[in-house]
Write a protein that binds this ligand. Structure first.
Ligand SMILES: NC(=O)C1=CN([C@@H]2O[C@H](COP(=O)(O)OP(=O)(O)OC[C@H]3O[C@@H](n4cnc5c(N)ncnc54)[C@H](OP(=O)(O)O)[C@@H]3O)[C@@H](O)[C@H]2O)C=CC1
Ligand SMILES: CC(=O)N[C@@H](CCC(=O)OP(=O)(O)O)C(=O)O
Length: 342
């Protein structure tokens, strides 16, 4: 058994980690932090975890995170970068669900995140935790930068096209939609029921924080500059990411075979039969990314549909997948949940 700590156990990704890790056969939950709920039994705040978790929330200032084998940060951007170094130096593995260690260019990170980086020396050490691309590096990582929710769906969707070099890299388009839980559990006006329900809107069209993250990931595969238009939307659902991706084909290729072959051995990427339209509810509560490939009217534009649950493959599930890889557990251990329907 490995001892696990979670910093930020009351947020949506933190609670999703609790749901998953409570039933993970190799995990003993040791510390779960919250500043606001310190002293409160976890299952009192979240009755869904009754008979699963008997710990109380600990104030992060008093939490003995050093006694853990691995610590997950499910905290807002800017928190993990202040605490990761001490844990790293103490030999504790760290998985950061926030964006603190995702962007290799620290100046670029500071521009998009509007703060100084507190720990630039660890950025180069961090491994970007997208197993479908970086599995070998993750095996030896001590610090994982867990990918963002949009970047997971977008990169997995574009990956086979880019690896095969069959699309125009200057004009990629990612039209993405997220459920409201993507904004976290903190109180914000735009996430109120009366603001977000029965409504649909785009946001951050001039530039979203995930743009440099996605471009960095696609660049690492293409080895050349990527022109990407990324438009996020907020949809009146709770969980889910739906990415509609467009690219112009530059070569003839059997797209269905390309995708089926690329992901044939990936446990959490499911390429649907030709002609399918994946729905977010087909992945809800699960670690799957389901992908369908289209070429409307046999033209030269390929349309990829990629769906994930933002809290699972887009956050906590992928974080546990990374943990499994680091510790040499079967990669799917504890994260083989069947999606919830309806
Ligand atoms: N929601 C999503 O779909 C996704 C989120 N992410 C990223 O994961 C991280 C967590 O997101 P999410 O769960 O939605 O966020 P929430 O706002 O729902 O939760 C944040 C958690 O962090 C704790 N926290 C806040 N400030 C601090 C602090 N200064 N020190 C220690 N703990 C703190 C909060 O508890 P308390 O205030 O009581 O301490 C709470 O438990 C974010 O960086 C987010 O960008 C990544 C992918 C998807
Ligand atoms: C719907 C919604 O608000 N989504 C969030 C992104 C989700 C997320 O948490 O991304 P990071 O992990 O990179 O912070 C947003 O657009 O800011």
């Amino acid at each position: 058994m490995i001892k696990v700590g979670i910093v930020g156990g009351t947020g949506y990704t933190g609670v999703e980690l609790l749901r998953i890790l409570a039933q993970h056969p190799k995990v003993q939950l040791e510390v779960i932090t919250s500043r606001q709920e310190a002293g409160m039994p976890v299952d009192e705040l979240f009755p869904s975890l009754r008979k699963q978790i008997t710990l109380k929330f600990t104030d992060p200032g008093k939490a003995e995170l050093n006694k853990c084998d691995i610590v997950f940060f499910a905290t807002p951007n800017g928190v993990a970068m202040q605490q990761a170094k001490a844990l790293y130096d103490a030999g504790v593995f760290v998985v950061d669900l926030s964006a603190d260690f995702r962007i290799k260019d620290v100046a670029e990170w500071q521009k998009w995140y509007g703060m100084s980086h507190a720990c630039p020396e660890l950025v180069a050490e961090a491994v970007y935790g997208l197993p479908e691309i970086n599995r070998e590096q993750i095996k030896n990582a001590r610090l994982i930068a867990n990918p963002g929710c949009y970047p997971t769906a977008v990169q997995l969707g574009f990956l086979p096209l880019i690896e095969a070099g069959v699309v125009d890299m200057n004009h990629l388009i990612a039209d993405t939609k997220s459920g409201v839980s993507g904004a976290g559990r903190k109180a914000e006006v735009h996430a109120l029921f009366s603001e977000a329900a029965d409504n649909f809107k785009s946001y951050a069209v001039p530039g979203h924080r995930h743009l440099p993250e996605i471009k960095q990931g696609l660049f690492s595969i293409a080895k050349k500059q990527v022109g990407l238009t990324f438009v996020p939307h907020l949809t009146p659902m709770i969980r889910g990411i739906h990415a509609t991706l467009y690219a112009k084909l530059t070569k003839k290729v059997d797209l269905q075979t390309l995708y089926a072959d690329r992901y044939a051995k990936e446990p959490f990427v499911d390429v649907l039969p030709a002609g399918n339209h994946p729905e977010t509810r087909s992945v809800r509560g699960s670690n799957y990314c389901r992908i369908a490939v289209h070429r409307p009217q046999d033209g030269d534009i390929v349309v990829i549909l990629s769906v994930t649950d933002n809290l699972v493959k887009g956050a906590a599930g992928q974080a546990v997948q990374n943990m499994n890889i680091i510790f040499g557990f079967p990669e799917t251990l504890g994260i083989e949940h069947v999606p919830l329907l309806p």
